[in-house]
Each structure stands twice: as C-alpha cells, then as structure tokens.
Design a protein around this ligand. Structure first.
Ligand SMILES: *Cc1c(COP(=O)(O)O)cnc(C)c1O
Length: 355
C-alpha cells in the first residue's frame, strides 16, 4: 500500500532525494565507492558541499557577507551556539513554544534574556503581536514555525535590531529577507535532509563581538574559515540536502513551493473548519502551513484512537499529535503532495460520515 508520511520530523523527503541518496550509497559520483566510505576531503565530496552551499544561497537569495554552514548537533546546539557567539549583555526572545523555550533556557546561561512576549498561558495557540523589542539587546530571537503547536510567522517582523531565527520546520517554504537576520538556523530533518546536519546562515559581521572565550567547535568563525570542513561534516545528510535543494530548484524555487504549500494547507484547514467532529487548535491568523494541528471536538474525543487506526488503513502515517497538544498533527512539508493531503481529507470525511 502506498504510504502517506505526515511525520513532523524526521519527515518526508522527495523521491528524488531518496533515490539519488540510495544510488550514491551504492556508487557515489562514478567513483565505484559508497558515499558512506569516501573522504570528506575528496574532490567529489568537496564539489557536493560547495554546490549545496551555493544552492542555499541561490534559493534563499542570500546577500553578500553571509556564509552557509553545515554543522552537527542539531538545531538544539544552535540554542547554545547563538548566545555563545552573539550575546554580550542582553538578548531578546519571543516565546512561542517548546523550542523557543529551550532556546531561551540556553541563552540565560550567557547573559540577560528579555522574553518580550509569550503565549504560554494559552498553550501557545497563537503568536504574540503586542510587544516592544528592546533596542539595547544584541539580537532578537524568533522561532518562525512552531512545529509542535502548529503556529507560524510567515513574514519578516519589523525589528530595530538584527534577528536570529530558528527556521527548522519552515525553511524553504517561502522567500526570506536574509538581510534582516544575523543568523538563521535549521535542523535539516524537517524540510531538507535526513537527521544529522544543521543548516546555518550567518552574517560574518555579526561575529567577533563577544568577549568570552569560545571553544573551537562552538565558534562560528572556525566553521566559516574552514568552509564547514574544520572536522568531518555529516557527509551523507549533506549529500541528501543537495538532492533536495536541486529538487526545490526544479520545482520552481521557494516562491513556487510557498504557493503549493499554501494550497495544501488551505485544503486541509478547510476540511477541518467545515467538519462536525474535528477542530483546529491554533488561532486561524497564526496557523502554520507546515504543521496542521487539530483535535476531535470534546463530544467525539473518545474516537481519537479509532480515527488513527482508520487513517492507517488508508496508508496515512504519522498524524498523532505531539503529547503537549494531543489529537492530530499533519505535517505538510514541501515533499508532501496535494494527492497525499487529499487522501487525508477523504479519510476524515469518510470517518465523519460513519460517525
Ligand atoms: C525539531 C526542531 C528543533 C530541534 O531540532 P534538533 O535538530 O532535534 O535539535 C528545534 N526547533 C524547531 C522549530 C524544531 O522543529
């Protein structure tokens, strides 16, 4: 049976990415060797990482003065590396969910953290709008897509100070004005590659302004100066990331991907909004087009497991919601097709008719 993968992360990748990665595991770039066993300093792999960096720059229209890095440690290590490298006295953070909270916790190890606003009291069902960003902070940190709660900031904020953004779960789903950011980072396993690599876009002039000593591996300057080759980078995920980036280009780039993503999300939200038994959890104006969170209305709450089982008979996989929201979460990353979304919608409608 064909499977429709709605997992939140690691998550669906394009067939193009999977097939080319599988091929390279057997025979990489005609070398007769597997990508798993080749030197990261071979000319074949150097070409891969350089092309991947160039494609990130092309797809996101990255301006001069920025570097693209492929690092280990996940987005979670960036929660620490960002303040290590940028926080002198104070940083401002917007608290929009579990991941934002984890970033705040790490930043507090390095200096003052002003949480400008939080929607925690409302179980993060919306993104706060009324707050002032302190102009004396070193940076303002945001989480553009809240993977667990299904809320998203889909446009650049007006910030008087440079921003830092965790774009782990919505990078490449829209054009971004990179010039507004000192650092953009994204764990690759949501919308780019298998787990193991983190994409970082860093503005060179933002570095070198803190007084503390930074351990070599945690210093962005180390990786900038060595082109992400200070130590062995995650070779296989970088190869896969390049395949995804090529596929994104073939699909028409991030503007086109945004159009497709918006259409998929609109179809699913329409089905939820017109349903007798399902209801969305996030406030409509802040709804994510990447992670669609919904639950059973209270009077149907006991049908949750039954729907999950029913959906799996249709090949639908990974729609169980995160435990902090419950219910369901359908992740509609770039590689998810409208066909897959329609299968889910049809399953919801059929289930509703039978209850
Ligand atoms: C998944 C996720 C993370 C954590 O990423 P790791 O690579 O597992 O550290 C951080 N932020 C957001 C928004 C995420 O979706």
């Amino acid at each position: 049976m064909k499977k429709y993968n709605f997992y939140a992360g690691p998550s669906i990748l394009s067939e193009y990415t999977i097939n080319n990665t599988a091929e390279a595991i057997k025979n990489f770039a005609g070398t007769g060797l597997s990508i798993l066993e080749i030197s990261h300093r071979s000319k074949e792999f150097s070409a891969v990482i350089e092309e991947a960096m160039a494609m990130v720059k092309e797809l996101l229209d990255v301006p001069e003065g920025y570097h693209v890095l492929f690092l280990g440690g996940g987005a979670s290590l960036q929660f620490c590396m960002v303040p290590y490298n940028l926080l002198n006295t104070k940083a401002a953070y917007l608290d929009t969910g579990t991941w934002a909270n984890k970033a705040i916790k790490e930043a507090k190890l390095f200096g003052d953290v002003e949480v400008v606003a939080s929607s925690k009291e409302a179980n993060y069902t919306f993104i706060p709008k009324d707050y002032t960003i302190p102009t004396d902070a070193d940076y303002f940190h945001i989480t553009t897509n809240n993977t667990i709660y299904g809320t998203e900031l889909r446009k650049e904020l007006d910030s008087p100070i440079p921003m830092v953004a965790d774009m782990s779960s919505d990078i490449f789903s829209r054009p971004v004005d990179v010039s507004k950011y000192d650092i953009i980072y994204a764990g690759a396993q949501k919308n780019l590659a298998p787990a193991g690599v983190t994409l970082v876009i860093v503005k060179e002039s933002a570095l070198g302004h803190v007084n503390r000593v930074i351990p070599t591996m945690l210093d962005y300057k180390t990786h900038v100066s060595k082109g992400s080759m200070f130590n062995t980078p995650p070779v296989l995920p970088i190869y896969s990331a390049l395949q995804t980036l090529k596929w994104y280009k073939e699909m028409g780039g991030v503007k086109k991907l945004e159009e497709l993503d918006k259409a998929k999300a609109a179809a699913l939200y329409d089905a939820i909004d017109s349903s007798r038994i399902f209801v969305g959890t996030a406030k409509a104006e802040d709804r994510s087009i990447m992670n669609v969170c919904f639950v059973m209305k209270p009077e149907y709450a006991e049908l949750e497991k039954e729907f999950n089982d029913f959906a799996s008979t249709k090949g639908i996989v990974g729609i169980k919601g995160h435990r902090s929201v419950g219910g369901f979460r359908a992740s509609l990353y770039n590689a998810m097709s409208m066909e897959g979304v329609q299968v889910l919608i049809d399953a919801m409608k059929e289930f509703e008719k039978n209850h």
